[in-house]
Ligand binder design. Structure first.
Ligand code: ZN
Length: 321
């Protein structure tokens, strides 16, 4: 400190870092580097294209649009392959057809690795994320949506709807938690309403929602059926499975069943409410999904304008669980 020395490090697995490493004075600032969206890809292509001769018909914006899911190294590859294709033709400059050939060739490999989505998957992800964003903008207590993207952060995950809390929160009311659950379930609801059926893409949402609902019941006393009691399971023996486990919790088998039923009721209610909002605002959902397919990422302002523009229709007033 004080010597003007800055230490930077990079990781693909921020979730498994030791928390002590991230304390103030250590690696205390985090910069998220996502896969580039269409605007980012165009900028990256411009950098790599400086090293080659482009023909007059080249539109890098079009190349960017055709390469969703690709990262910087892939895009460098696209430019290289296009240059090679032009050489094979005996041409002096790269033509758009060379880019087409290069993209097709590279995308085939990426598809095998599961790194690029097909059109149908892309549409589904757009619908899913539009659902989260729309419901977040519709419920009363929700952190503002900072940005929405359909560019996956890692293999097997869908896009992301990033919400920023307006202030650091220490306490949350049950109304806020019910609304938060509603937003979590909205991706699935949107898929059901607009694609006709759910997909595996909501796995993470469902896991988080289930955990939160159980906490509401067992720790926060937010279930009328179980009242303001803390229903604890002995954490030290959490790894034990099967019948042994029941010996280490402080409540009866009957209570365990009620906890399950209450958690299910709370999640079902959030799902029902999310579906209702999405049905009521279907046109807005479609409009947001369409814009997401086109631009891949929507910032808060763009999203709010889009939703406001569509809300000549009556704003859904969400009943509460
Ligand atoms: Zn989701």
């Amino acid at each position: 400190p004080g010597s003007g020395l800055v230490i930077m490090a990079a990781t693909n697995r921020p979730e498994i870092l030791d928390r002590a490493l991230l304390r103030a004075g250590r690696f205390d600032r985090q910069v998220l580097v996502d896969r580039p969206d269409v605007r980012g890809r165009e900028a990256i292509l411009k950098v790599h294209a400086r090293k080659v001769q482009l023909g007059p018909d080249i539109e890098l914006a079009v190349v960017a649009r055709r390469t969703p899911g690709m990262v910087g190294a892939d895009l460098a590859n696209v430019v290289n392959e296009a240059a090679l294709a032009s050489v094979r033709r005996g041409a002096q400059v790269i033509a758009m057809a060379d880019f087409e050939e290069a993209i097709d060739r590279l995308q085939l490999g990426l598809k095998k690795e599961g790194r690029v989505m097909n059109e149908e998957e892309k549409r589904r992800v757009a619908v899913h994320e539009a659902g989260h964003a729309l419901v977040a903008l519709s419920v009363e207590h929700s952190d503002p949506v900072h940005r929405v993207t359909i560019i996956p952060r890692s293999i097997g995950s869908l896009g992301a709807t990033l919400q920023l809390p307006t202030e650091e929160r220490f306490l949350m009311t049950n109304h806020e938690l019910h609304d938060r659950l509603c937003v979590m379930l909205a991706g699935r609801s949107a898929e059901e309403v607009a694609c006709g059926a759910p997909s595996t893409g909501a796995e993470d949402d469902l896991e988080r929602a289930t955990m939160l609902a159980r906490q509401m019941v067992c720790r926060f006393g937010m279930s009328d059926a179980l009242g303001p009691l803390a229903w604890r399971r002995s954490d030290s023996l959490r790894f034990l499975q099967g019948p042994l486990e029941s010996a280490h919790r402080d409540y009866s088998e009957e209570t365990a069943r009620t906890i399950d039923a209450e958690a299910k009721r709370i999640v079902d209610e959030a799902h029902r409410r999310a579906t209702e909002i999405i049905r009521d605002r279907r046109e807005t959902l479609d409009a947001v999904a369409k814009e997401l397919l086109l631009h891949e990422t929507l910032e808060r302002k763009e999203l709010e304008e889009l939703v406001r523009g569509q809300s000549g229709k009556q704003r859904a007033v969400a009943g509460r669980a």
